[in-house]
Each structure stands twice: as structure tokens, then as C-alpha cells.
Design a protein around this ligand. Structure first.
Ligand code: WT7
Length: 630
């Protein structure tokens, strides 16, 4: 136990890192303006979003910033306003002085790359948009995109959105049966796919999986399958249904203006949940999502037109939608999109790409950072990654030890490292430090100005600082999902009834005296220990500082008495057996370490030693798989 005897005191991470003065002043939201924004957020939070919206192009002005005639679950952002996110992501820049700025740099696994200026990307998007229209696609139609990561994936998303169609990305790796479920759930009329594509480390057929999915019994609405051709081998094409991408593109120069969309009309559906369970279709719209992603891309990721951002998430996931595609383009920056493993060649590829394109902002995940550390990948003399100025992570808790390692090696102690919290449902970053704020490793900072979050008990009462509770959002934010596809009532019940009237995130968190938030993990992964709630994230954070562990995950399991107990899965570093005689020996040492770090209250009851941990398709540790195994 700690000198002052409480577990809460032990959990407080005390290291603080300051931004360099020059950096803070040059930020899009420099210290003084950040102060002003925080003040404004208290008295007139909606002004924050209205100002962001005013920086963008609208076909018709909004009548209100937000109104909620249908209750807290269904706020309407910028009602009455008409816009199109693509008009802001592309046309706005093409009509400005930086039409020749690079919009997209695509890096193939082969090492070749393809670059598109805003002018060029706009032209490609317009060509595909016209082709979609000639195939009969119209506003409101669903277009399912089942693509490897390719330039055409990004172009497909933007072309769909431009004509007012709704894109729905189904990542690779699904069985034909799982893909079939997505096709049915999406009600797509057009599928955009490729003949083959990189899956893991090798090229795999893709179109045959689509064929098999469509051959299933019963009707789908699919009329056309558009196939991007990557191989020179012919593949079976179904007459009257399948068309090659390059065959449907007309040359043409006719203007194809973006479709003016109502602010709350649908932009995309992304299915959350495992590929096996019934997919929950999370629906986002044009106006609110656009404003939220634009504001966070500019305030949090600090994007300016001169920036080159590499968000390592694939476009098919929400992080890719918001911060590899829409966010960077709305901000007028250059986005780097990469096919294949960013850490190929023992991590060398990461540095090659950063140096080749002058990446200035790197947005990645704790999983990738963990792998980097395991490989010992760090900037060296030849590959110095000196263009980086800002680092950010998302998706999972980043243990303080890992934070400090990444900050020091990748950022050379000079780049702010922002731990950003959000969800597919939130559409945009909601909790994060800002480039001009102090950084505490392990904390996701405060809610962004204009965002209102709280930590409450099961009954919805706020809990005092230092205590854990449910992380809830008690006011709408612009990137908020519109609904669950086809299930508005389920949406309201699932998110707004657990604790009446507020958005239930399903995460546990605690807040410190300064108002900074510390994520403890999903509610399912929180252990009750003598009246104290201890999150898996906190135990994992303590495990991460053990020198012999490469990775660790903690889940909650029922013990023999029916109470909850923590079980830790440990992945030791290579060569661990030089230091320990046996797994038991390692576990004994890890237990002693935990006792030092967290005190006896935080006793982990069960341990398992593994060579790797199961991962979800998006790269997170799969707690579900661990739970099933336990
Ligand atoms: C869940 C959402 C980040 C968007 C992409 C993933 C966890 C997310 C953090 C963070 C700790 C985090 C939460 C959240 N999560 N960011 N910075 N620290 N946990 O979106 O797949 O919908 O997952 O990821 O548990 O609820 P998602």
C-alpha cells in the first residue's frame, strides 16, 4: 500500500509534460484562445460549434445550431441547413489557392506510391460519381464498399457521398456468410469491390467472396457490382451485374456538382460489433459529423494545409473515416493512406514512409506502439522521422509506461502525444488533451470545449473526483450518430435508458481534481475490489511497467464464490526465460510488482502466460475472445 494508504492515491500518475512554447503558440488553438474557448464552453457551448460550421460552405444556412424536438437521443444539428461534406472536403479547396496541394498520398505495399492533388482527387471523385449516377444510384441509396485499402476505396467513399448516396464499408476478412449479412443489413444496390487484394501479408481473391455472398438464398437489392482490377488474370464476371471500374468511368468533364443534402441526411453507415453477432449499423449524417470532424481535425490534430497526416487506421474503420479521409480533407491537409502492414521490415517501413512524405502528424493506436516497442523500432540516424511534430493515439488505453516510451523515442520528447477518446458512435474525438495543454501520460485530458461529459454512479449521480464510475455524455455533440440503422427505438433504449436521458458510453472512467479524465476500461472489465472499482486499464497500466512483459490484458471473471476477480494474460518479452526459471517464477515476480504498484487491494487472482493475445479485426485486444477462453 502507498504511504497514505489509499488505492486511489496509488493510481494517480504524477508525471506531467509541457508543450514547447513555440509549438503551443503556433497551434490552431493557442493557449489564450484555448482559455477563451473553455470559458465560452461554459456559457455558450453551442457557439463553439456554430463558429466551426461558419468556416465551412453551406448551400442554405441553418435555422438553429441544434434542436431536439424528438428527445435527447435524436438531436438535429444545424436543422434547415443544407451542405455536402464533399463540397467542403474537395470543392472548397479546388476553388481556392491550394488546388494543387496534395490531398492524398497512397502508399502501395510494393513501395510505389500514387499522389493526388485536390484538383486531381476531385476529378477522380467526379468521374466515379457520374458513373454511379449512370448506374442509377441516387440520393439515399446505399453503396456497399468491400475493398482492400486502395485509392479507389477513398474515391468510392467520396463519390458516393457527393451524389448523396450512403456509403457502407465492410472490411475484408469476412466469410461469405458474414458479408451476406452486411449486404442484407445495408440494403445496398451497388457494391464496390476488387478482384484481389492484400489481406494480411498476401494477395487474396476478394470478388469470389462477394459472388458467394450474393449467391445465397433470398433476394438482395444488389443490382451492380463494380470491380477494381488489380490482377491481370480474368475472373468470372456475371453478365448484367458485374462491371469493371475502369469501364464505367467516362472521360467527360461535365460538371457534377455535389448534391445539396439536408444537414441530418445520412452520409454513412458503419457496422459495429463482431462479424458474427447481428451487426449494429451506426448511422452518421452530413452536417453535424462534418462540423465535428472538421473542428477536431483542426483543434486536436492541429491540421493545417501544410500538414501531412498519417492515420494508421484503415479507411474501413471509423478512425479511418474520420481522420484518414474526411478530417484531413476538410482541413485542407495531405493524408497518407497505406496499403498493408505499416511495420513491415521490422518496423523500418514506418520510418521510410514518414521520411519519404514528410509526415508531420502521426495518429495511431496503442497496439501498433506496443508492436513497435517489441520490435525495438525507433528512429535512427538514417531514418530520423524529424518531420513529426504531433503524435496521437486512440482506440484503447495507452499505459503510462508505453506513453512515455513513445513520447521519448518517436517524439524525441518534443512532440505532444495526445491520447484521444471516442467511439464509432461519437464519430469524432470527444475527450483529449490539446496541443497547447499539459499532458499526463495515461489521461485522455478534458472534454473538448463544447463537449459535456461526466462520471456517474449506477443511478446517474455524479461521483466525486478520484472515484470511478460510468462515463456519460450529458449534452449532444455534432458528430453524434443519427440512429442505429432501422432501429431507432433500440438505439434510444440501448444508449439513453441505462442512465436516463444521458448518452451511456459503456466505458468506466474517473476524473481527477483538475477535471482530467482517466479511462478505466469497458464496464464489463471493471473489478469490484472491496467497494473499490478498479478498471482493467489501470491494472494493465501497472503490468506495462514490468520489464519482462511485452503485452498484457486483464479481464474480469467470476470466481468460485460467484464474486468477480481479475485474470491477467501475460505476454513476456523474447528471452524472458533467461531471467526466469519458469512461468511460475515470472508470475511470482509480476505479482510482487503489482503489489508494489497498486497495493494488495488490487490483487489479480488468476494469471495465464501466452505468446500472443487475440486481436479484433481492427487490432484491439479481443476481450471477448479472452473471456470466452476463460
Ligand atoms: C471504444 C470505442 C477511437 C475510435 C475508434 C474505436 C475504447 C477508444 C480510447 C482511449 C481508452 C479507448 C473505449 C471506447 N477507447 N479510445 N483513448 N483510451 N479506451 O472505436 O471501435 O467504437 O471503440 O474504444 O472503450 O468505448 P470503437
Amino acid at each position: 500500500m502507498s504511504p497514505n494508504g489509499t488505492l486511489d492515491a496509488l493510481l494517480v500518475e504524477k508525471r506531467v509534460f509541457r508543450p514547447l512554447p513555440g509549438q503551443a503558440i503556433e497551434a490552431n488553438l493557442p493557449p489564450q484562445e484555448l482559455e477563451a474557448a473553455r470559458k465560452k464552453a461554459q456559457t455558450a457551448p453551442l457557439d463553439i460549434w456554430e463558429e466551426a460550421a461558419s468556416e465551412l460552405v453551406w448551400y442554405r444556412p441553418w435555422q438553429a445550431v441544434v434542436s431536439a424536438p424528438d428527445g435527447a437521443a435524436f438531436p438535429r444539428w444545424f436543422p434547415g441547413g443544407q451542405t455536402n461534406i464533399v463540397a467542403n472536403a474537395l470543392d472548397r479547396h479546388v476553388e481556392s489557392a491550394h488546388r494543387n496541394t496534395l490531398a492524398l498520398i497512397f502508399e502501395y505495399a510494393s513501395g510505389e506510391n500514387k499522389k493526388f492533388t485536390y484538383f486531381e482527387l476531385h476529378r477522380e471523385v467526379c468521374r466515379l460519381a457520374r458513373a454511379f449516377v449512370s448506374l442509377g444510384a441516387a440520393r439515399g441509396d446505399r453503396i456497399l464498399i468491400h475493398m482492400p485499402t486502395l485509392p479507389e476505396t477513398v474515391i468510392g467513399m467520396l463519390a458516393a457521398a457527393r451524389i448523396g448516396a450512403v456509403h457502407c464499408l465492410a472490411p475484408l476478412g469476412f466469410s461469405a456468410k458474414a458479408l451476406r449479412r452486411r449486404i442484407e443489413a445495408s440494403r445496398a444496390r451497388i457494391i464496390l469491390t476488387a478482384d484481389i487484394g492484400l489481406q494480411g501479408d498476401r494477395m487474396a481473391p476478394i470478388k469470389p467472396v462477394v459472388d458467394e455472398a450474393l449467391a445465397g438464398t433470398g433476394e438482395t437489392r444488389v443490382e451492380t457490382v463494380v470491380v477494381v482490377r488489380r490482377s491481370d488474370q480474368d475472373i468470372p464476371m456475371t453478365e448484367g451485374r458485374d462491371l469493371y471500374y475502369h469501364d464505367i468511368l467516362g472521360g467527360g468533364r461535365e460538371a457534377s456538382p455535389p448534391e445539396p443534402m439536408e444537414s441530418d441526411e445520412e452520409l454513412f453507415v458503419l457496422h459495429a460489433g463482431s462479424s458474427l453477432s447481428a451487426p449494429r449499423g451506426i448511422v452518421h449524417g452530413h452536417g453535424g459529423y462534418m462540423v465535428g470532424v472538421y473542428r477536431t481535425a483542426t483543434w486536436v490534430l492541429d491540421l493545417k494545409p501544410a500538414d501531412v497526416i498519417w492515420c494508421t487506421a484503415e479507411p474501413a474503420w471509423i478512425t479511418g473515416h474520420s481522420y484518414a479521409v474526411y478530417g484531413p480533407l476538410l482541413a485542407g491537409a495531405t493524408t497518407v493512406v497505406v496499403e498493408g502492414n505499416p511495420l513491415a521490415g521490422h518496423g523500418q517501413r514506418l520510418f521510410e514512409i514518414i521520411d519519404r512524405h514528410g509526415v508531420s502528424v502521426l495518429y495511431t493506436s496503442p497496439t501498433l506502439i506496443r508492436m513497435m516497442r517489441r520490435m525495438g523500432a525507433a528512429p535512427g540516424r538514417d531514418r530520423d522521422a524529424s518531420t513529426l511534430r504531433l503524435l496521437a493515439t486512440a482506440g484503447e488505453p495507452i499505459p503510462p509506461e508505453l506513453w512515455v516510451w513513445f513520447h521519448k523515442t518517436m517524439g524525441k520528447g518534443q512532440c505532444p502525444l495526445l491520447d484521444t477518446w471516442w467511439q464509432t458512435e461519437t464519430g469524432m474525438i470527444l475527450l483529449s488533451p490539446l496541443p497547447a495543454s499539459l499532458l499526463a501520460p495515461g489521461s485522455v485530458g478534458r472534454p473538448l470545449p463544447g463537449v459535456s461529459a461526466d462520471v456517474v454512479d449506477d443511478a446517474g449521480n455524479p461521483v466525486p473526483p478520484g472515484k470511478g464510475g460510468h462515463l456519460v455524455l450529458n449534452a449532444p455533440w455534432p458528430g453524434m450518430l443519427l440512429t442505429l440503422d432501422g432501429d431507432p427505438e433500440g438505439y434510444r433504449r440501448q444508449y439513453f435508458e441505462r442512465i436516463k436521458g444521458v448518452f451511456f458510453t459503456g466505458d468506466m472512467a474517473r476524473r481527477d481534481e483538475d477535471g482530467s479524465f482517466w479511462i478505466q476500461g469497458r464496464a464489463d472489465d471493471v473489478v469490484q475490489l472491496g467497494g473499490h472499482r478498479l478498471g482493467s486499464a489501470e491494472i494493465e497500466g501497472a503490468l506495462a511497467s514490468h520489464p519482462a512483459l511485452a503485452e498484457a490484458a486483464v479481464i474480469v471473471v467470476p470466481d468460485a464464490m460467484g464474486a468477480t476477480a481479475a485474470k491477467a494474460f501475460l505476454v513476456p518479452i523474447l528471452d524472458w526465460d533467461l531471467r526466469y526459471d519458469s512461468e511460475e517464477d515470472l508470475v511470482r515476480d509480476v505479482k510482487a510488482h503489482l503489489r508494489r504498484e497498486l497495493g494488495t487491494v488490487a490483487e489479480v487472482r488468476f494469471f495465464a502466460v501466452r505468446s500472443c493475445l487475440p486481436k479484433t479485426p481492427s487490432g484491439k485486444i479481443s476481450r471477448k475472445a479472452l473471456r470466452e477462453e476463460a
